[in-house]
Design a protein around this ligand. Sequence first.
Ligand code: AMP
Ligand code: MG
Length: 410
Amino acid sequence: MSTYPEKVTLEEGLGLLLPWGNPVGTECVPVDETDGRVLARDIISKENIPPFRRSPYDGYALRAADTADASRETPVQLTVTEEVPAGSTATRAIGEGEAVKILTGAPVPEGADAIVKFEDTSFTEDTVTVFAPSKEGSNIVPVGEDVKEGELVVEKGRLISPALVGLLAGLGYENVKVHRKITAALLSTGDELIAIGENLSPGKIRNSSIYAIHAYLEQWNVNTRVLGIEKDNAQRIADRMLEGLADSDMLITTGGVSVGDYDMVKEALTRIGADILFWKVRMKPGMAFIAAVYQGKPILALSGNPSAAAVSLFMLGRPLIRRMSGMKDYQTKELKVKMADAFPKKSPSRRMIPGTLEILNGEAWIVFAKKQGNGMLNPMRDCEILGEIEAGSPPLRKGSIIKAYRFFDR
Ligand code: AMP
Ligand code: MG
């Protein structure tokens, strides 16, 4: 008989589970497929962006020194030697008393050290008149303003955002080394479950949770292998577990993790020879939960109750998945929020209450989901954050400050 801790705190559970979430291997993918993927190498720029001194406006490039005495009363007139649109370069450096007509995005000619916008000048075909002194460097975008050559642009382990996709393209990366997507096998257990296409008969319910879990995993860039529904039978569940684990990085099951006669998942885990890391977490919803490992692959056995399954998946599964996906910042981010509603009961247990984050007068508030309860999916519908009611809390008034966990960060 192997032994394992029971009724661990969330933090103890994470401490036991997360070390099993080893980052998966890497692959090279085209840059336009990298949004939401995790970078697998440091990106050190071999180039400057922009690669040349650039004009941010349509105007005239000139020598600031030539304009030192310019004013409304004593304007300075310069000779325009040529025009430089974006994509071209000046044919020669400018000299004293000279200016070049320059357009947005064009390189600043040699000799010039300031740009004056069109609207601040008066001009003819070959002269420009300025009415105020220019400061050296004014309106010139320096080389490497966005990215400097040799700079560490982004470290490995970062989730790639749309702007980072653009930056990588700007740096010339046609292909990018990222972590491959992890694959999770999904198994629903329960004698009462039917597939959505089947007709309801007495005592049966549709398998809804797994669709929600599937959709969360898609959002987290996880590939899934849906194993379907299995009856509350330890050997059959064990067989399906092995089938799922054979070609996946992890397994997620629902149902059968409490103490009832039909709760067969723990027995199935024992039969396949998985190591159980812990059973039950001291939070509500989400008390019923088993974490296990089989040949180095994590197994999350979630409650059949839809909200409980979602809360366990958010609090324990998501950081594990982020770590396996190669992310350095895999931990759930916390914030302090004010409660927009009271929590009118004493709470002997630690509770996670789904809600939305609202910003009012610069303060963060949590608006609790209208419906609460383990057995429902509705409470999770608009969940952006989980507000924490600490174990042993008295009734809490509206406006009380509590800790919350956020799930919409990148
Ligand atoms: P269990 O975790 O097996 O004790 O199930 C707890 C509750 O969740 C029971 O009311 C089940 O009928 C329900 N349930 C179990 N699996 C699912 C599922 N996949 N979708 C919706 N409800 C479920
Ligand atoms: Mg059950």
